[in-house]
Design a protein around this ligand. Sequence first.
Ligand SMILES: O=C(O)CCC(=O)C(=O)O
Ligand SMILES: [Fe+2]
Length: 981
Amino acid sequence: MSDPLKKGQLHSAYSNFRLTSFCKHKHTVRYMDRCVFTRSTLFVISLLTLLSLINSCLSLDSSSAGEGVKIEQKLNLDLNSQIVSIAEEPQDESAQLPSKSFQKIFQEFQSKTIMDLYDGGVKAYENQLWYSCASKLERAVSTYKLTTRIISNCRLNCKKDPSQSKLYNVTSEEEIFQHVGFLLKIADCLRNCLDESLGVDYKPLPSDYVHLFETRMPYQYLQYCYYKLDQPKKAAAASYTYFLANHEDPDNTLNVVYYRDELHVPESDFQDLERAPYKAHYGRALRAYVEEDWKSVISHVEQTLEEYYLEYERCFSDCEGKEFPIGQEFSTGVTDWLVYILACKMDCPFVLNKIYTETIENFLQDMYHYLQFAYFHVQDYEKAAEATETYLLFDSSSEIMQKNKEILKAKDQVRDEDFKPRQEVVDYLKSQEDIHSLVRSMRAYRLPNEANTEVKEPLESLAEQQSPSEDWMSRYEQHGMHLIAKSVDLNRQWRFVSDGLFSGEKCEEIFTLIEGLKKGPHGSEIFDLKRAQQKLKENLDEEYEASLGVLVRAIGIVRQYTMHYFDPETPYVIKKSSLVCWSSSDKSEEKLDCYPQEDGTCVKADAMPQELTSNLYTTVTYLHSADEDGDFVFLNEDMKADRTFGLKCGRTVGFSTGDRHTLKIPKDGSKRCAMVLKYSKDPKEEEKDYTKLIILLHKVDQLRMASASQQPEVIMKRFADAGVKIVKEAKELKAKERFVADKVASEAQCSTLINMVLSAALVGDGYIHLQSKPSAISPHTEHEMFRGVTIYRAGKLAHEDVLPVGALRDFLELSENSRLLVEKYFNLTKPLYFDFTHLVCRTAVDDSNKKREDLSHPVHADNCVLKPDGSCVKEYPAFIERDYSALLYLNDDFDGGEFFFAHSNKTEQVSIRPTCGRLVGFNAGHFHGVRAVKSGTRCALALWFTLDPYFKELAHVVARKALNDKEEQQRQREKAAHEDL
Ligand SMILES: O=C(O)CCC(=O)C(=O)O
Ligand SMILES: [Fe+2]
């Protein structure tokens, strides 16, 4: 972070501070690390930020109700700097606990009423009853705010002082209840408080409504109803309020602009109607800062801090009021709950530090910087010393702050004991450290199903299951990962090179994350996990989310491999993950006078470290292959090349962070990209953004699934209406969780898919899907040949116009229908995800060999290893994450090839004859096999599903995107052809 002390007229004491660049725009000044508009140009700057989103010419109709707010305008503002609003006037935000008499009236406003009001408002909007729309939605919002504030106050008060509970201390011999006493009092207090303020009949608002209010949906309706009621100021405030939580919505952005430019609503009326009090104080503090009114800066920053900590406490206690799925057992249930609360609490600073549309990373830290500066200016040096020391708690290595401390120390009025940090920050940082260390210690705990905030790679779980004596390397080799050089080959300790850590798919997917980065002076571009979160929050793009998911797993794989390789007593934590690309710098003719490093820096020879250490470690995994250019170079003491390695997707080079290395920047101007991980043995150094990103991905996923879910009966009826028939159920199939359905695919769809395999499949592709090894022979029998297409490959082939768009559409549609049918038939309450999707044909090699005794696919279960004693163990190399399986058959013109369910002694239990459109769905733990295909070709769409979102097959997202792109291209072509006529 840069320094407020650097700004404008410096006190002579500060003259030795470094100066940063000036702001480009002539009406801006620099404060903190941003450029803000000076007073003459003050505006609701978040508005300006949003304008930068729409720098292009747009013409949109913003309303679903017909005639909307229209705007046609070319906006051309250079507003790249991220700025915050400092023009808004504060409002009266604090909702107090209502008085007793009010409570009586209030009790009428039960959550049912909130729902009624909301639904009524929306209905009125649809019926164009603008007055009724506005009045109902206004009441819905105010009742919701009041209710949530009351509940939140109860939680806060009862946590602080549970003595309102009449329960005596609970004591028990039973150990578990000895811990529960305190909780019991809080629970009793909370229940009483809620009963008293909301009435005993109060029912919590259903989560889908909570979501609507949290995403400020009522304001989206309100703005239009106000507009129709000729209340532009209110409309402007409502649309601005909605915008702040939904800035990716371009229609609303245009509305805001419209109110400003067409209806001339003054800037001061663009108010955030949901603004937390501390944000208002913050805005005023910034304004005072620009005006150099130090006394006001102090007073507003102090109020900001006071309100911020209140909000922080509230955020913490509200986390405990969130709805969670809980496990069945007492211990798992309670622990799952705790883990959820923890994840929620971890997010609090992130939520609170979002000011308007921008997240201010070091919000609190900045506040003490402002205070220090302002106190210094009013010559209250003791307070300035206190603020300095407080700041140093956040960042003890800040050179600027250290220098400032020296300057303050030189003042006569300042004594050593004045450098005492504020208690509130000591407490705050302790609570943060507590949360993070709890999260760390719970790392190994696995939440049920989709509730998995701690991510496990298949290889990670494999690692945990193994005893140390087991030959871990050969297991990795089965996945195609193998060591190609180790320390002895590489002249130095702590060096290795391994191949095959990523598949081509993974490389391509991660590569897509690298775009729009800024090049550093030497020609490197760096992508880190902070940027990833920011981008995902700005735009919940499913494809981007999928690529991040791949990255998160990739990090897990490489870390696990590295830990195994070095077998450290203390595990390594990841200190920093980034994607780094090198390409020739703009001044490419000039030769670099430093050695480019894999982490994106460029180091001079004399600055190269001498020491090797096993405490800090780096791995570099390449994201593409290159025949000639871009080598990695291990250097020796004399800075001469020790060994060089070419680039290859998935190749991983590991070395001690202090080791000497460099790289060759491609001469042809192309980018050379790698995933760079730095490790440390100090758990305190762990990169928090990794966990944060996982939690964010998880939340996004839950949101998406929640909005998509529908009642099973409705879906099953829809299937029945479309002709799908359940033909065999548990009883006939001799076990629960099995069914057979017919007419899931049409004849035309079956032929399309079969043609796809026969024409486009790479022989053997996708069967060993961690590492494609083309092989014509079936892994199960030499009498058959395998051909397959994965969903990823289908997407790619369609993208390259090798596969007709319609074929990809059928592939995606049939997969999705099969998934949905399994999810709804089994009445699953958790979303079912694809784990792997494989379209596969088996062809009898020698048609005359009809006496075959072998099986096309031996008896097995899809998620465990069948042992000779008939037990099935959930261990590697089985895909233990798989929960359900389905096969959608595509033809019947072959001999043999019946699917059968089996007993654990491998004998046949019940068999099913494949035919086009027939789907078998079953629990992935059930034994089954396929009889020999004696002649002809048997094709099926094989689908494996998981309840664990971590294993979600991301290729579906990529393929869907490819389909959408192609369809859009087709539409454009048709449109152009039509216009030509
Ligand atoms: O093709 C079939 O009918 C079953 C295949 C199977 O069980 C599997 O691939 O795991
Ligand atoms: Fe199977």
